[in-house]
Design a protein around this ligand. Structure first.
Ligand code: SF4
Length: 441
């Protein structure tokens, strides 16, 4: 059958989609990249917050149109949206033929077969995500990112932030083994990948659940030894589970990007307590000064939430002062999304959306100045850039080790004859708030 897959949400969801594509190709199914040619469409959804839920529903309804106009026979919805809303979503989306929860990705080809054989016993499959087998290096996968690869090192989360639905959708934290992840990375590097991006819900908690217990530091040590020419990057860390071994391992290996993605969510001790984030400003100051002592030019990325229930003007001033003090290289700011099936919903003194938006604007305005100041330190310096595509006006576009995929600025390269997917030496001649521009050296 001709199958089209749509992937919504985060990098971890993208890996799940790539694994579903791998399974379907292994089952001799044909993958098409135009939904109007598809007999089956699978939408791998996000259900994290209201906006993501709405985007998922809009995408499903839009693709369902192909039943009227195209060749579409079966529409399947997978992932966090059906996992979160279960029977409510089944009733509200009659145009969908089957629902697959986050614990049943490995049954996608069977679901399609059952639909086609008219032997589908159940319209919805949502086994306990905790029970789903983790992917291994032998799980078939078709990647959608040519030169870099996301590698999911663990599934689920054992933290319980009061505003986050993920533990309910993905189960408790379960790590893959170092040997299994290393084998997957060896194959990816043999296939020409130049950057491995390690992802999980809480990457810095990696290995704490394994017997014998291990850690992200040990994993990084193992992966750094595969090839000195391939970048290893970690995304989605957590300040509370960052440890000295991780910092020193990153410092000891040039091919591990000195890039620390540590979502704080806030910097007021009062708000952090209500969020269920087990740290406070003194802890954070110690952590960032330790990182910068061991790795002076470390890149720091974080995310913050404005408008969390009970956030006062004083709390907001604390977080605003904190970003001006620490001066992150990259910052993302989200407005609190009130989800009535989460503990934070029951907290008093909810903040008006308008106020939350104003606070986000204030933080991002300050951050733009900080980012420009940070980018200025690269002026007239020569940096290594992974060339990813041709941009406007025939210029090349790529990323440095201090620019993560999809979330940070890019490097615009003036020059000719570059190979997409290769590294290039670029001297930075121009900097902006987020992007930087350079010429081949
Ligand atoms: S650590 Fe991250 S994924 Fe886990 S509950 Fe908190 S916000 Fe959600």
């Amino acid at each position: 059958m001709r199958i089209y897959l749509s992937s919504l949400g985060c990098a971890r969801n993208r890996v799940d989609t790539e694994l579903m594509i791998g399974r379907l190709v292994a089952a001799q199914q044909e993958i098409v990249y135009d939904p109007s040619r598809a007999e089956v469409i699978v939408v791998n959804t996000c259900g994290f917050i209201k906006d993501a839920v709405q985007e998922s529903i809009d995408t499903i309804i839009e693709l369902a149109e192909n039943k009227k106009t195209g060749l579409l026979k079966y529409l399947i919805v997978a992932g966090c949206l059906p996992e979160r809303f279960k029977n409510d979503i089944v009733e509200s989306l009659p145009e969908v033929d089957a629902f697959i929860g986050t614990g049943a990705y490995d049954q996608v080809e069977a679901v399609i077969e059952d639909l086609d054989q008219k032997t589908a016993r159940k319209k919805a499959l949502w086994p306990d995500p905790d029970q789903m087998d983790l992917q291994t290096c032998d799980t078939p996968r078709i990647r959608s990112t040519p030169h870099m690869a996301y590698v999911k090192i663990a599934e689920g989360c054992s933290s319980h932030c009061t505003y986050c639905i993920i533990p309910k959708l993905r189960g408790r934290h379960r790590s893959r083994s170092i040997a299994d992840i290393r084998k997957e990375c060896e194959r990816l590097i043999d296939s020409g990948v130049k950057e491995i991006v390690l992802v999980a819900q809480e990457s810095t908690f990696y290995g704490r659940d394994l017997t014998p217990e291990t850690g992200l530091g040990a994993l990084l040590e193992s992966l750094a030894g595969i090839s000195p020419h391939v970048w290893i990057r970690v995304l989605y860390g957590h300040p509370a589970s960052m440890d000295d071994r991780i910092i020193h391992t990153i410092s000891a290996h040039e091919n591990i990007c000195a890039y620390f993605d540590l979502p704080l969510q806030h910097a007021s001790a009062t708000v952090l307590k209500k969020m269920g984030r087990p740290y406070d400003p003194p802890f954070l100051r110690d952590l960032f000064s330790k990182i910068r002592t061991v790795i002076p030019d470390a890149t720091l990325r974080t995310t913050l939430i404005t408008g969390f229930p009970g956030e006062t003007e004083k709390d907001f001033r604390i977080v605003h002062d904190f970003i001006n003090e620490i001066r992150f290289d990259h910052l993302g700011v989200f407005i609190y999304s009130d989800e009535d099936d989460l503990p934070s919903h029951h907290l008093p003194r909810h903040v008006p959306k308008q106020t939350a938006k104003k606070r986000r604007t204030t933080l991002m305005t300050s951050q733009a100045k900080i980012s420009l100041e940070k980018n200025r330190k690269h002026l007239n310096k020569t940096v290594k850039v992974l060339v990813e595509k041709r941009g406007a006006g025939g210029l090349y576009v790529g990323r440095t080790s201090f620019q993560a995929p999809e979330v940070d600025g890019e490097t615009i390269i003036r020059g000719e004859g570059l190979t997409i997917g290769d590294f290039a030496s670029v001297t930075i001649r121009e900097v902006h708030d987020y992007d930087i521009v350079g010429e081949l050296t």
